[in-house]
Design a protein around this ligand. Structure first.
Ligand SMILES: [Mg+2]
Length: 174
């Protein structure tokens, strides 16, 4: 593996208020692309959206991202979300510099997003094939695993195959 891609909601961070990162309501079909996020002053693992919704970074995420970089791997976030929101919450959590690529689109075709991720890496001079990529995702509708399989990308279902992001490091050394 050369590039580890993480999903956002329910993988890198946990929604605490019943809405995902870009959703105004639990069933928002369009989302809102212009939310702002700021870190909670008493808990740096919690980010608050400008409408009051809260999101908790998984406590082990920072160490895992640092370790992936220490091992010379690239890190991506691939998310069914609006990209600006993803970039802004990563900054609020203080991990923006530890993520090399963000590909977020408002649809469920993560295979297309992973293709974009591969192309972004290649534009930066990295030699990358589908088999060099691992997607870690809670995949609630169980569609992303199949998309990965079709394109030859590795897949790990968070909350099912593993329940702690540190377990990703173990998968890489096998
Ligand atoms: Mg998710």
């Amino acid at each position: 593996m050369k590039l580890i891609a993480f999903d956002g909601d329910d993988t890198l961070w946990q929604p605490l208020s019943g809405v995902n990162l870009s959703d105004r309501t639990p069933t928002d079909e369009e989302g809102w692309p212009h939310f702002a996020y700021s870190v909670n002053q008493s808990n740096p693992l919690v980010a608050e959206r400008d409408d009051g919704a809260r999101f908790a970074l998984r406590p082990e995420a920072l160490d895992v991202l640092k370790e992936l970089h220490r091992r010379g791997l690239l890190v991506g976030v691939v998310s069914y979300n609006h990209a600006g929101n993803v970039e802004r919450i990563l900054e609020a959590f203080g991990i923006g510099d530890l993520v090399d690529y963000v590909v977020a689109r408002w649809h469920t075709n993560k295979d297309e997003m992973l293709q974009e991720l591969l192309e972004a890496g290649r534009r930066d001079g990295h030699s990358l094939d589908a088999k060099d990529v691992l997607l870690v995702d809670d995949d609630p509708s169980q569609i992303y695993g199949k998309q990965c399989e079709r394109m030859g990308v590795g897949f790990c279902r968070f909350g099912w195959d593993i329940t702690d992001l540190r377990d990703v490091l173990g998968l890489l050394s096998e």
